[in-house]
Design a protein around this ligand. Structure first.
Ligand code: MN
Ligand code: MN
Length: 458
């Protein structure tokens, strides 16, 4: 064997891609930017996904029916989760090809009693959702989105700050001139959790009485949405970054925006399943909620809604769900950290995913000795390796930071628990979990091709 054959060498996609591939990478990113802009919460991400799926002939799943190969189904779980399937030519006893991503991401949720006035300014109190650096969330323009269930049980949708011309909101930070004490604190304490209070209004209502700025806010909300203060008790309102998604860099090779984790894999999966006509094995696209807080709840990966859907498909073919799962394959599509030359000390460079080197494959995640990871077998890694190589997908192997530096998890262990061979794969992200994350368009495109290769596996 030659020296070149013996050594393993990875290449930057943007150095090796021809004009045609570069064009496809740029075009694919445009659709994603639109999707990301509209999908600021899990509910909105699911809604946009359903619109795209319906336009491609997907129809709502109805339990108890039988299905023919090529049939395209979708199942919305409580507005926050979505499963799509294209029925394969082979029976489900031979397994399904699954890709799973999550549609939730870190944000600031309003507390049940959020609204207060202090010194003639009105604020919302928040409780953050998912892992954040709290100092990221001050002095950044915020929009308010979500739903409110009113006393009579009716539901109203709230969205302020995303459309051009609408007002936005902000959490203030201390001016540098008076920050001597603040700047001596550890970064985790610079902005305390109870300091994430959103500025809402400053004009006192003309009506006599106390809390007149708070009254201004309540009158506005009542006029626009028909809600009162008590309705916050049964609401899911979130503050999310309001800035639009944008290209990053002179070369427009990257995308900056809120929520790449994990809408970028959501979109890659979605586009891949929307391409399917009649795959050999049934293709399943699983978009779940609650990953950022442990996959709990009726809309998280630990819940049974996925099993319910799959069980019904299996039943219609006279196959047991367990038999189907035991022969299935799952790509747990979730973002990974991209090597950041600004912070080399947290990574072991040889084993860290890099921007523009393709979809990152992760044998394991977890922390402190792979704890909490499903740790895919050599056979499973070998299967995805061959599959991606045969399909011409550019991919790289990754590890979330150097040993004992920290860590993280995905939904992989929950699909693995179901006896499904599972491997992690996703797009490398810079500034992961910040209100403005960055990814490379080439890696997004390769993630789409990776999911497609899984769905097209014979
Ligand atoms: Mn994620
Ligand atoms: Mn995350």
């Amino acid at each position: 064997m030659t020296r070149d054959e013996l050594f393993f060498k990875q290449k930057n996609i943007l150095e090796t891609a021809d004009e045609q591939l570069l064009g496809r990478i740029q075009d694919f990113a445009e659709g994603y930017k639109t999707y990301l802009d509209k999908s600021r919460t899990e509910r909105l991400a699911v809604r946009e996904a359903v619109k795209l799926a319906e336009a491609k002939g997907f129809r709502p799943w109805e339990p108890g029916k039988t299905h023919v190969p090529g049939e395209k189904l979708y199942f919305v779980n409580r507005e926050k989760g979505l499963t799509l399937a294209v029925i394969g030519k082979k029976g489900l006893g031979e397994g399904a090809n699954i890709a799973a991503a999550h549609v939730d991401n870190p944000r600031l949720d309003l507390k049940p009693y959020p609204l207060y006035e202090s010194d003639e300014l009105a604020f919302f109190k928040t409780h953050y959702y998912g892992g954040i650096k709290k100092y990221h969330w001050v002095v950044t323009p915020l929009a308010l989105v979500g739903v409110v269930v009113r006393a009579d049980g009716s539901k109203v949708e709230v969205s302020i700050g995303l459309e051009k011309g609408e007002p936005r909101f902000v959490i203030n930070d201390l001016l540098i001139h008076l920050s001597g004490d603040q700047l001596k604190k550890p970064a985790a304490d610079v902005i305390p959790g109870e300091g994430l209070n959103i500025l809402l209004a400053s004009r006192p209502d003309p009506e006599e009485g106390s809390d007149r700025v708070k009254l201004t806010v309540l009158k506005f909300l009542n006029e626009k949405y028909g809600i009162t203060e008590a309705d916050f008790l049964s609401a899911e309102l979130s503050a999310v970054p309001a800035d639009e998604v944008t290209d990053i860099g002179f070369d427009r090779s990257m995308i900056g925006g809120f929520g790449h984790d994990d809408r970028v894999c959501t979109y890659a999966e979605l586009m891949a399943i929307l391409d399917m006509e009649a795959p050999e094995k049934t293709a399943v696209c699983l978009l779940v909620d609650k990953e950022e807080i442990g996959s709990e709840g009726t809309t998280g990966m630990l819940a049974m809604s996925f099993d319910r859907f799959m069980e019904d498909l299996c039943r219609s073919q006279g196959v047991s769900l367990r038999e189907c799962f035991a022969h299935s394959f799952c790509l747990s599509a979730d973002v990974c950290n991209a090597y950041d030359p600004g912070f080399p000390e947290v990574s072991e460079k040889r084993n860290n995913a890099k921007v523009n080197y393709g979809v990152g494959i992760f044998k394991y995640t977890g922390s402190r000795g792979k704890s909490g990871s499903s740790d895919a077998s050599a056979e499973v890694v070998g299967r995805i390796r061959k599959l991606l190589n045969d399909a011409g997908v550019v991919w790289q192997m990754g590890e979330l930071g150097k040993v004992d530096q920290g860590g993280g998890g995905t939904v992989a262990k929950y699909t693995a628990q179901r006896d499904i061979d599972t491997i992690d794969a996703g797009v490398p992200v810079l500034s992961m979990h910040a209100p403005f994350e960055v990814i490379a368009k080439a890696d997004l495109y390769m993630s789409y091709l990776a999911v497609k290769a899984v769905y097209e596996e014979k």
